[in-house]
Design a protein around this ligand. Sequence first.
Ligand code: NAP
Length: 219
Amino acid sequence: MRKIILTGGSDGLGQAFGEICAQEKIDVVCLSRQAPQYAAHHIQTNLLREDSILQAVDQIKAHHACFDALIHCAGVYSAQSPSTLSYSEVERVMKVNLIAPLLLTGQLFDLIKENGADILNVGSTVGTKAYEDQCAYGASKWALRGVSQNWQLELKKTKCRVIQFNPGGFKSDLVKKYDSQNVDLSAYMDPQDLARFMLHILQLPKSMEISEVLINRKD
Ligand SMILES: NC(=O)c1ccc[n+]([C@@H]2O[C@H](COP(=O)([O-])OP(=O)(O)OC[C@H]3O[C@@H](n4cnc5c(N)ncnc54)[C@H](OP(=O)(O)O)[C@@H]3O)[C@@H](O)[C@H]2O)c1
């Protein structure tokens, strides 16, 4: 692994992953609104906006065309009961968690094939079972698993691997950003442990595709 394109590398799991890559001398190209604090190329990107995603694609093609992996780690959370869920809330969640990975990958698909690059989608255990008040967030994560299966089929005859990475709760500010309820994170996983595992999966021989991984939190 020499160069990785990473969405959401400015905070939480993406930041932990980017920091580990920087230590390992792997070049990271981070797509996010805020710049990451570790050494990385930063393409300022708002994944809520089509024009911003397309501008990021242009910059990747112009300056970082030779990459080994594309990681979709950016994500937003939503906690609303089915009866209070608004159109704009569903749109916000679907745009960042689902449409952005679809568009970004689609626009880079030829390059991904040419590079034999891997794709890693960060989903969630919420994409494998139901949680109360998480129908929009859950729908986006369930859908992303379907996308991974599609790309695995599309890329079957190439060197590219598609990894669907579904962690349970880990310590980050994700929930705090979108929900006023105080969640006790003390028993949650350490994002650094997950980030190290992500990199390990990517560094396995190309003959091994970890198609999907489910990491449940254990008290
Ligand atoms: N935390 C958990 O317990 C948990 C559990 C399972 C799965 N996950 C998933 O793991 C991934 C990372 O979550 P996290 O907890 O590390 O979240 P986080 O700490 O809130 O970080 C989210 C990242 O996504 C980026 N992002 C959000 N909206 C964006 C936008 N409109 N445009 C560009 N970038 C945007 C943020 O960058 P900027 O703000 O700089 O734009 C930030 O780098 C997400 O996909 C999440 O669904 C989280």
